[in-house]
Design a binder for this molecule. Structure first.
Ligand code: SF4
Length: 339
């Protein structure tokens, strides 16, 4: 039995009622066995299925290009909530929420010890755990905490939800919380910790670990600052422009290219799908700017020997803002650049 809540009948009904006969199923590799299960069910119900064998990083990364080139009727995108407002190809977001609350319940017992001393906590959960949000909040209250969650906003479709690139409702609670707890993974907690000066913890129900992120953030920012210095020394800069629908920022890429050229450097816009370190390594650019998923600059930098700056880090390199003005604020991961 699968550990995910997947309503096959509902997916089938969605496709059938719209008359879709050929669909693409896209899922992160961890959900490929579930994708095969969905495929089997749909095929038994007379719908032809093609499985996408590439990456699927988030709801921003919907395989419209593949579906269009194969003239498929629709996409079933698994593992993420809706990110994009409009569909270029009709898309069903099959979120695959967890069915078993036990890992979250046992994590809760540890929260009491790890967050002892705090009272008001800003809490965010990844979409997979959201079915148990209310139970988790009640548990926190029973432990004597005062939990706060953000309301839905933009790409965050649900109360209490966080994404690796989006924490706005939680950051809006900064004045009322003593600390933050993000339930999901260190990856999800770190994205928030980089944008706030409040102590931030990441709780992972699978590993049962609750990690304080302060030291990681300090080390990471130190290394980011080093990459900004590397960028300043570089002469030829590649501005990465993604074709992924939720990461495609053409205007920002063009604006960055212009600003970099005004700073007496040479710059080219480089179009990418998945960002691959070996390709970036071989390109003739000495440094890159990332206009795609902001987390690439955080997660992939160590594998790449060339700086891969966020737009606001470029603003620091070009002396448009100071480092102190952006670090540990929501501006740090903002995919924009001040003119
Ligand atoms: S932009 Fe990055 S962090 Fe945001 S949803 Fe997409 S893959 Fe995840």
């Amino acid at each position: 039995m699968s550990g995910y809540r997947i309503d096959l009948e509902e997916v089938g009904e969605w496709a059938k009622s719209r008359g879709f006969r050929r669909v693409l199923i896209q899922a992160p590799p961890g959900l490929w066995p579930e994708a095969a299960r969905v495929s089997e069910f749909l095929e038994k119900n007379g719908i032809e299925v093609i499985i996408h064998g590439g990456s699927c990083w988030g709801g921003c990364d919907v395989a419209y290009l593949e579906a269009k080139s194969l003239r498929l009727d629709a996409i079933i995108h698994m593992g993420h909530s809706r990110f994009l407002e409009r569909d270029e190809v009709p898309t069903y977001y099959l979120e695959c929420r967890y069915m078993d609350p036990e890992p979250l319940r046992s994590l809760l017992r540890k929260v009491g010890e790890r967050l002892d001393g705090f009272r008001s906590i800003g809490v965010g959960l990844t979409v997979q755990w959201l079915d148990f949000l209310d139970e988790f909040l009640t548990g926190l209250r029973n432990l004597g905490f005062e939990p706060h969650v953000g309301e839905p906003m933009g790409v965050l479709r649900y109360r209490g939800q966080v994404l690796g690139c989006s924490y706005h409702p939680l950051l809006g609670l900064e004045e009322v919380v003593d600390c933050y707890l993000v339930v999901g993974s260190v990856f999800h907690g770190l994205g928030l910790a980089l944008q706030t000066s409040k102590p931030t913890y990441a709780g992972d129900p699978h590993t049962q670990k609750i990690v304080k992120l302060e030291e990681r953030v300090r080390n990471l920012l130190k290394s980011r600052y080093g990459h900004i210095q590397g960028f300043k020394r570089a002469r030829r800069i590649g501005v990465l422009l993604s074709v992924k629908p939720g990461q495609r920022r053409v205007k920002l890429a063009m604006k960055l290219k212009k600003l970099i050229e005004e700073a007496d450097k040479v710059s080219e816009v480089v179009v990418v799908d998945d960002v691959r370190e070996n390709y970036l390594q071989d390109l003739p650019h000495e440094a890159f700017v990332n206009t795609a998923c902001p987390r690439l600059s955080i997660e992939d930098q160590e594998r790449l020997r060339k700086p891969l700056l966020l737009p606001m880090e470029v603003a620091v390199a070009l002396d448009r803002v100071s480092w102190e003005e952006i670090i540990r604020t929501p501006r740090y991961m903002a995919m924009e650049i001040p003119l």
